[in-house]
Design a binder for this molecule. Sequence first.
Ligand SMILES: [Zn+2]
Length: 727
Amino acid sequence: MKKKISETINHSLVLMAFFCTILLSVIPGCSKTGQPPEPQPQPMEKAAEDNPLLSAFDTPFQVPPFDKIKEEHYLPAYKEGIKRQKKEIEAIVNNPEPPTFANTIAALDKSGLLLKDVNFIFKAMKSANTSPRLQEIAKDISPLKSGHKDDILLNAKLFQRVKAVYDQKDRLNLSEEQAMALEKYYKDFVRGGANLSPEQQDGLRQINKELSLLQLNFGDNILKENNRFELVIDNEEDLAGLPKAVIDTAAETAVKQGHKGKWVFTLHKPSLIPFLQYSDKRELREKMFKGYINRGNHGDELDNKDILIKILSLRDERVKLFGFNNHAEYQLDRNMSKKPEAVYDLLSNLWKRALALAKKEAKALQELIDKEGGTFKLKPWDWWYYTEKVKKAKFDVDENLTKPYFKLENVRDGAFYVANKLFGLKFIPMTNIPTYHPEVKVFEVQEADGSHVGVIYLDYFPRASKRGGAWMNSLRDQIRFDGKEITPVVTNNGNFTKPTADTPSLLSYDEVETLFHEFGHALHGLLSNGSYYKTAGTNVPIDFVELPSQIMENWMSEPEVLKVYAKHYKTGEVIPTELVEKIKKTKKFNQGFKRVEYLAASILDMDWHTAENPAQLDVDTFETQSLNKIGLIPEIVTRYRSTYFSHIFSSMYSAGYYSYIWAEVLDADAFAAFQETSLFDQKTAQSFRKNILEKGGSADPMTLYIRFRGAEPKIEPLLIRTGLIEE
Ligand SMILES: [Zn+2]
């Protein structure tokens, strides 16, 4: 599995609660004028008056006025947003007309626009530009939001109207998009407890409230753990083996963290991974590695074990209310995979192949250790180091040979180039636009004919206020209603290698993949062509949402594309063909490890969420048993251990971490359509755009896929691509 998967923590975009987002300026009654007076004391009034979140956004393309939004604006804006949506819901419920799709489902879909807007902005800032205060505010907001969501989903009169429409759905002559929106809303209500007794509904409310706080705590603890650990080196000899750029960055980190004149390494990936790859100091590699894998597991105030057991227990309790046997069944019911069995089938099919390969790799690494006169057995903190050596010997290529060809700005332009060749899109830099951080770059996206598509914010460097990984966020979803076209605003965020005083940002091969990956998510949001929030854009099941992102990685490594963007940052020389060929070969290198590491985490996720009586379980014991059962070798640690598995305990990937490989089957099969024609075949590109990117979640994913490809996806292209079977 590619490293980018570990980097790509939860794209916070999928399956948004239906009360989230959008643009104030086009919504009558959303600005502060014309609102009834606030029944609040004077100071609150004042706050609302000055709150930029409550006014029309007077910015290019009505993007958020980041220069005016302050932390204290969020909570009042959330409260106001909730209040407004309550009124809108009241109006739907009290409509004397009989329930119709338009006056109930469409009306519900367009309610809560202020809240959606505020929520998008707040979520984006909480991920990319947070602060202790913002983290605290999130704790106040979280119960407000989940309480409000419950108020809507448990509104019996509202549900009656939704159900009335649902019950006559076959006679309504609905479009495919409308039918799907109706289906999704109806299921939301059922899952929200609309069919439960009042006592059960109270219980559900309590569970949801507790869960949202526990999930926040889990994520907070990891953020704190990431920032707590530091390896301070004051003896130059201990830097042995590390490349200059890595040492320079460590020196800069040291200055920032109050260790001027020394070198500091952290658990953030751009610091951790090169250290594991290059440091000759085995005991220091062990220290770093153990620091990483023991996060949230120190038995102190940041320990996540009790929290995750509580999360699992509450999830289990919740799904029992709906007649599911476990949380995995409940989650997969609305995914493309539908059932846990389908997921376990795919995972175990791949596991057998991957494990066999990983064992061969471990043997080769041990042989190298022995040959060098090492008298120790290969351990997990040796894997990167010796793999790098084998890779160098075998392919005579190391990261540092390719990095100069992957200057961040060039790579970004390479992604733009692919979007242009496939879909005709153009990216125009915008400088007259407020951003939330000086490092953020903004581009307007246009069609080939110059018409406006949307806006994208690119925010690529790590900082203490940003969480780890890479992701795409929406700041505003595309939507069309009442004759208005609301255009999308999206972000791409990453934690890529920073420029230093004398070198620009030069990306590793994995980082290049990650950039293209997140850019694919951005295109999914930007090219959305929908009429209902519920089904537009990236509002698709999580095992489908990675198709548009993962497919982009294929173009990134094609020689035809590399020639365009992979140019040496000093000389402008195009990356040599033989280096490209070597890179292609190295793509299949170390696949056993990468796949095993990823699949183990996916299986662990499924095991946790199919387990009976989670309250009775001991975290370390369960994890060990789960991994022993599949025969994970001791030289490899699961990509995520339970106590820092934020995808599944503080994000929406619970019983969903498998989605990446599921989508990889899709992306390999989908890209084969271009391989069968040509890299930028216009007919295939148009079909992908029309049937997948523009459609969002407006139809069953398999139906959309078959429309694009003419058949269900096959697993073979993935097996060939990854070297898990012979070509
Ligand atoms: Zn992704």
